[in-house]
Design a binder for this molecule. Structure first.
Ligand SMILES: Nc1ncnc2c1ncn2[C@@H]1O[C@H](COP(=O)(O)OP(=O)(O)O)[C@@H](O)[C@H]1O
Ligand SMILES: [Mg+2]
Length: 235
């Protein structure tokens, strides 16, 4: 279980998040929606140890992770698939997956995880020797998700996985999320500007507005909320 209490984050004098609290249980898909600049990436990056909060705490399965560096956050079982995918373009698909497992000591486990990623994304298996920079946007997204899965996460953070993808691939991204949750039993926090898709797969969701959490509820409740419809669903 991930417990965020009264989290506030600044970049210099800019306050990007204010007094955010949320509890993420061990099972489910959780969405965070909000406009550009609302603080979604800051929230995800503070969980992943890339942004140090100015106030508040983050606790994961009983361990205080607020001040931990990313490497130690990963060791505690949290994996991040960052905004913009950020695959290593000049090395192969296979090497990207090995690189993703850099904290893993058990080499046999690394090979098993690569097989698991290839089972989830047969397309990556077909392209395992290809340089990641030559993959399409959708394939790079698969690789970024696969790379995040290499560390046996107990919680997966996805930052805007559908960004910049063609509509048919957007469906695939959301289907993949549901498969990861169902087949690998990993809870997911997904940040998205594609609010309708995110809410339709989310068990529970949060709305961020200029750094504040303004609404929360089940995905269905938020899909039916007039405020969400007006601001985020273009209805
Ligand atoms: N590295 C940074 N330095 C200064 N300001 C930043 C930085 N990253 C984000 N911000 C600001 O923090 C706020 C939240 O940004 P971000 O978390 O990226 O929002 P979102 O992911 O919802 O688009 C915005 O006002 C943004 O301009
Ligand atoms: Mg962002």
């Amino acid at each position: 279980m991930l417990e965020i209490k009264n989290l506030t984050c600044h970049y210099g004098v800019i306050r990007a998040l204010h007094d955010i609290s949320m509890t993420i249980p061990d099972d489910g898909i959780f969405a965070v929606i909000g406009a550009n600049g609302a603080g979604k990436t800051t929230l995800i990056n503070s969980i992943a140890g890339l942004v140090t909060p100015t106030e508040g705490s983050i606790n994961f399965n009983g361990t205080e992770i607020t001040e931990l560096h990313t490497k130690d956050v990963i060791r505690n079982g949290i994996a991040l698939c960052p905004e913009g995918r950020r695959v290593f373009k000049s090395i192969s698909v296979y090497e990207n997956l090995v690189a993703g497992a850099y904290i893993m000591k058990d080499k046999k486990r690394v090979e098993e995880n690569i097989e698991e990623v290839f089972r989830l994304f047969p397309r990556l298996k077909e392209r395992e020797k290809q340089l990641a920079g030559t993959l399409s946007g959708g394939e790079q997204q698969m690789l970024a998700v696969g790379r995040a899965l290499m560390t046996d996460p107990k919680l997966l953070l996805l930052d805007e996985p559908s960004m910049g993808l063609a509509p048919n691939l957007i469906d695939f991204v959301f289907e993949t999320m549901e498969r990861i949750h169902k087949e690998l039993h990993i809870p997911i926090i997904v940040v998205e500007q594609n609010s309708e898709m995110a809410l339709s797969v989310a068990d529970y969701a949060y709305v961020l507005e200029v750094g504040e959490m303004t609404l929360q509820g089940t995905g269905q409740e938020l899909l039916e909320s007039d405020e969400v419809k007006n601001k985020y669903l273009g209805a």
